[in-house]
Design a binder for this molecule. Sequence first.
Ligand code: NAP
Length: 528
Amino acid sequence: MFAREVATYPMQTLQSYVLGGWQAGDGEPTLLSNPTTGETVAQCGTSGVDMAAVVRHGREVGGPALRALSFTERGRKLKELSAAIHEHRDELLDLAAQNGGNTRGDGKFDIDGATGTLAAYAHTAKSLGDRPYLVDGDGMQLGRTARFWGQHVWVPRQGVAVHINAFNFPAWGMMEKAACALLAGVPVIEKPGAATALVAWRIAQIIVESGILPEGSFQFLAGGVGDLLDHLGPQDAVAFTGSAYTGRIIRGNANLVHHNVRVNVEADSINAAVLAPDVDMSSETYGLFLRNVALDVTQKAGQKCTAVRRVFVPAEMVDDVIRDLSAEIDRAPMGDPADTKHRVGPVAHARQLKDVREGMAKLMEVCDVVHGGPEPVGDTGCFVKPTVLRAKDADADILHELEVFGPSTTILAYTGEADEAVRLVNRGGGGLVCSLYGEDPDWIETFVLGVAPWHGRVWIATERSAEQSLPPGMVLPGMIHGGPGRAGGGEELGGERGLEFYMQRTALQGFKGLLESRFGAPEPATAE
Ligand code: NAP
């Protein structure tokens, strides 16, 4: 291992890209810091930006230009965007260390996630045909004979997509949403979390300078949304990722409610991992359980919406799990993310540090610290020790209600019964992902059917797949991401499904010959 040279960049004023040009805010700026050193690295703000004009520009300039392109052409643009961003990978990784406290591994997770998702949607586009709509399912006979026919189609909506993102994935969060909207033919207005906006802003610069997208189809806000939401109408959409608290404010916006503007909320989730009682502690399944839970505590300093916050372990296995998990976590040294030997960086900013330490203190009212703890680390920087807590009572309310968005997880003992695991897991009130490690198909079936209604994703490790599985914290473009209830009630990605949020499904009813010739299944993809 050797320290990598991380380039540092001068203090930047992040501008918004709106109405075809870059514009700085004219009010009190928001300051962005380096969470390792505490120094200010950038400032941003959107006051003075005419949000009504931004919406009009997207609708009137970007929308028609995008819709004039076929899915195949839009897909090609996503592929070009992926390549253009990837060319700047090292620079973006440095910025992610500087402004987000990301280790190189953390930065890759975000930035390669962004380019990988763009590339995946470029691939999806190849099967969508060259027409401006998508066919939904088979047609059906409606009349006495097949002459009167019905066919569902998806057409792009004629509004803008406003994307409001959380601070923890400035690259992936922006591009996974943009990939779906742009491929659907809908112009985007991207607003990253302000605290770590440096990476998103640099990506916005790369996108604009590349000239790949038609003007008006990509606008970027370096700061707050101001009164943007008050200018949206029935054809527009808002996709939000962030805390449940902010999600509720956005969902409740009077203008959005009045115009039935589509709103998708990806919020926080008290994700659970469950160790079934039949897992042999010398097995690959058990090893994977330890590695995945440790990864969720350490990767991005625990600031992943999919990170496991509650680990359910049969009571008789708890002591062994605490010993083994602690050892696994210790394999990831913490320190300056610029040094490649460090695998755990600081949390992203000072408010995060305060929230995480306060959250840990609240959990400690019903838990014992068995590894790490909330005490300050060093004199500077937003570092928090990777921490494992042990619940005194698995039913304490706060364990199922409070998300500590940092390097912390809690072990909860349960009886080993599938029904008991289901009851406790579902106390989270709706989650993004629930991971299960077990072997017995009957136990697994009972558990999966019990938790599936409360989760967007159920991830299962058995001996047969353990070696090949991807970690449960990884969101894949081909599978849906989101969850009911507490997790926001939203859904993103899932391959072609991710486009539906930006499109209108319309039932066409008429003469079969007309519907099939004009609105039937698309021609096979153009070979490239
Ligand atoms: P946050 O404070 O809720 O902020 C999220 C975004 O909303 C930011 O861009 C923020 O802007 C913006 N915002 C804040 N108040 C707003 C308002 N009144 N109107 C419109 N926009 C507003 O969340 P965060 O601290 O950035 O992110 C951490 C949370 O996100 C965690 O709880 C985590 O679980 C969740 N998360 C969920 C997912 C998922 O996919 N489900 C993914 C990642 C993170 P400013 O930054 O300018 O304040």
